[in-house]
Design a protein around this ligand. Structure first.
Ligand SMILES: Cc1cc2nc3c(=O)[nH]c(=O)nc-3n(C[C@H](O)[C@H](O)[C@H](O)COP(=O)(O)O)c2cc1C
Length: 202
């Protein structure tokens, strides 16, 4: 009989993670964020493309960065509602730390671009889990404005580099429970020689 515990501390961390954008200082310090982002570099990576790059925005540069976000939003849509602008300006200048998730893809190589993008997604998940493991919180947001030339130039994105979004990073204001998760029984099946179906699809 196995004497292994029902769950390891590492799995408990994975099973208790949830996103939150209710974040305050402190953000991870220089050493902490380097260690946390190192978890991203543990992602599976077909062909050793290493498609992940991280741009950390913190301190006084957050306000400057927020203005670049606003500029890009207006470049994308000159009629963007003022309310949306103000919300993003506030979020990007007040979040304790922002990490821009850069994808450095090789579209002309042997490895399908989808696999490279999946690697960036896997890396980001590792970073979210590492944040949680170290007592920080994170929230992944989209970057629909990020391919605007002015924004790419401000960040230094070149060639095929593009963004997979941003992580808002900081310390959760209160314990994070997140949304109730679905039952795994509806999302897994054991194949026994016949086609499977899932409770989630019924
Ligand atoms: C690529 C990606 C982009 C996302 N962009 C946004 C976004 O712009 N705004 C938002 O409210 N949630 C966004 N989300 C969802 C949140 O990050 C988060 O996953 C969601 O609120 C559910 O919380 P959970 O991670 O605890 O399940 C995005 C998720 C992914 C994977």
């Amino acid at each position: 009989m196995s004497s292994a515990p029902a769950s390891s501390p590492a799995l408990d961390v994975l099973l208790s993670r949830a996103s939150t954008d209710h974040l305050s200082a402190p953000a991870p310090d220089k050493e902490q964020i380097a260690r946390i982002l190192s978890a991203g570099l543990r992602a599976p990576d077909h062909g050793k493309i290493r498609p992940w790059r991280y741009i950390v925005i913190k301190g006084k540069h957050r306000a400057e960065f927020a203005e670049q976000v606003v500029k890009a939003m207006v470049a994308l849509d000159p009629d963007v509602p003022q309310k949306k602008i103000e919300k993003r300006r506030q979020r990007f200048s007040e979040m304790p730390m922002i990490v821009a998730l850069v994808m450095a893809l090789e579209p002309d190589g042997k490895i399908p671009v989808l696999e490279q993008e999946l690697s960036v997604g896997a890396a980001t998940m590792n970073v979210l889990n590492a944040l949680h493991a170290e007592g920080f919180g994170g929230f992944w947001v989209s970057s629909d404005f990020a391919d605007q030339p002015c924004f790419r130039e401000a960040l230094g994105l070149t060639g095929t580099q593009s963004l997979a979004g941003f992580l808002f990073v900081g310390t959760p204001d209160k314990p994070v429970h997140g949304a109730k998760r679905p039952d795994i029984a509806d999302y897994m099946a054991v194949w026994k020689g016949e086609p499977v179906s899932f409770g989630a699809d019924k």
